[in-house]
Design a protein around this ligand. Structure first.
Ligand code: 6GU
Length: 229
């Protein structure tokens, strides 16, 4: 799968794309990642990419020319792709969206900065628009990294055997995992639950599914209470 990123801060992605599962996916040829600096597509002498909003107001907007030139260059060089603006006003990124994206050949993630995009960028590119949650980040870069990570780990061969076999909190439905323990068996007076050391696989499965249910229920209640506040 190809994933290209249009950003003013390509250096932010180096560590994330080089490490762990993403680094390995690139090494195996599962992920072909490209970074494009929007500033390279500015045509004026000072390489400006932003300007003040008409009608006044705080902050600066991304100008349409460099953003659209950058995305059009990506599509010309790398082929047709699904263009996504990362912006706090977008639809919410969920595991279902990650699964949808994991089926695609080519994603083009466009990171916003400053106070937003000139509206003509949307009119011309007709992009999908995503937010990673109800809070404000300084730019789309960290959101784009979240999208890349969540999508690439779904690609066949991206996870090692151990990682694939592990139960994941969000793979099926929305149930959380049961809590887990590793060695030592007792630490600071805290012991591993007896069911887990019993060796009785049916009992372990029952214990885990009951704990997962309790955890999910208490998380739902806490989320709902926070929603009320
Ligand atoms: Cl995609 N961008 C920004 N700036 N803030 C966000 C976001 C995106 N998603 C959640 N907050």
């Amino acid at each position: 799968m190809k994933i290209d990123v249009a950003t003013l801060f390509p250096g932010m992605f180096d560590e994330v794309l080089g490490s762990s599962i993403l680094g390995r996916a690139r090494g195996k040829g599962i992920l072909d990642a490209g970074l494009y600096d929007i500033r390279d597509f500015s045509s004026d002498r000072h390489r400006t990419v932003d300007d003040r909003p008409y009608g006044g107001g705080p902050g600066m907007l991304l100008r349409p020319e460099p953003v659209v030139a950058c995305v059009e260059t990506i599509l010309a060089e790398r082929g047709p792709g699904h263009v996504v603006l990362l912006t706090p006003g977008g639809r919410t990124f969920t595991q279902a969206v990650a699964r949808e994206f994991a089926q695609m050949d080519h994603l083009v993630l466009v990171c916003g900065r400053y106070e937003g995009f000139d509206a003509r960028i949307r009119q011309v590119l007709r992009p999908d628009e995503l937010s990673i949650g109800p809070y404000v980040l300084s730019g789309g870069e960290i959101a784009a990294m979240s999208v890349i990570d969540a999508v690439v780990r779904l690609l066949p061969g991206a996870l090692g055997d151990a990682e694939s076999a592990a139960l994941e909190s969000y793979t099926d439905g929305d149930d959380l995992e049961a809590p887990q323990w590793t060695r030592p068996p007792v630490w600071r007076g805290l012991a591993v639950p007896e069911a887990l050391t019993s060796g009785d696989h049916a009992r372990i499965a029952r214990w885990r599914s009951e704990e997962a249910r309790k955890r999910t229920e208490s998380r739902r209640r806490a989320d709902a209470d926070q929603g009320d506040a």
